[in-house]
Ligand binder design. Structure first.
Ligand code: ZN
Length: 238
């Protein structure tokens, strides 16, 4: 299985790896990956692979048998199985995903309603809430969200067993995307600690280390999506 470098250190931008396989769809499987695969509403990473005799732009990354597969942006020859490669992330794009993704965790703090879906982008992100009535003061929500960001809270991870998660169903905010159970343990993302803890939920995505890295955000629109649901979108202001 691919060693998930993005999970151990989401700030790592470059690393060596070895090609362990090609997928039938033309993807490249590495023994260790900086590239996050599409999942949990967060897009797959893009970037570059360089090796002795070749260079390939990577358009996105997907989950695959044996780990994750990097999807080439152009139909060029792939590095052969066994090749030693240098992998480099499109860090500008990935870091914006990390900022938007972490901002969505905080959005679920200022709107404490069940989440039914979400999507992360490089400029904006959104969450769908089980929200029959629109919020009456959007500027106040935006101010509360930016106040949490400015507190520069630490974002940390910990792991619990499937059994501990089953005993604490209140940890799961996302109704449509259950955390991946069945591997024996589940990753929790905590924002703030001790008395300053504001959020704790299962998540497999990539996050910034401190909330101030998100920068100021704007809540741009709230759309009605069906009788019970509303979609809340936010944008990075810088
Ligand atoms: Zn997350």
């Amino acid at each position: 299985m691919t060693d998930l470098l993005y999970r151990a250190d989401p700030y790592l931008q470059e690393a060596p790896a070895r090609v362990t396989g090609h997928t039938p769809e033309g993807g490249i499987v590495l023994d260790r990956s900086l590239f996050y695969p599409t999942g949990g509403g967060q897009p797959g990473d893009s970037g570059w692979l360089v090796w002795d005799g070749g260079r390939l732009a990577i358009a996105t990354t997907v989950k695959a048998e044996g780990g994750v597969a990097l999807v080439p942006a152009e139909p060029l020859p792939l590095p052969p199985v066994g090749a030693e490669v240098r992998q480099r992330l499109d860090w500008t794009r990935r870091y914006r995903h990390m900022r938007v993704h972490t901002a969505l965790h905080l959005l679920s703090v200022v709107i404490p309603l069940p989440v039914t879906g979400g999507q992360v982008g490089a400029d904006r992100g959104r969450l769908d809430f089980d929200m029959p009535e629109p919020p009456d003061d959007v500027p106040a929500l935006e101010a509360a969200l930016n106040a949490l960001i400015e507190r520069d809270l630490k974002v940390t991870e910990s792991w619990i067993t499937d059994a501990e998660l089953a005993a604490n169903p209140g940890l799961v905010k996302t109704l449509s995307v259950m955390p991946p159970v069945g591997q024996g343990r589940v990753r929790l993302i905590r924002i703030g600690a001790g008395e300053d803890q504001v959020d704790l939920q299962p998540c497999g995505g990539t996050h910034v280390a401190r909330t101030a890295e998100i920068g100021r955000v704007e809540i741009d629109k709230i759309e009605k999506k069906g009788r019970m649901n509303r979609r809340v979108s936010l944008t990075l202001a810088d």
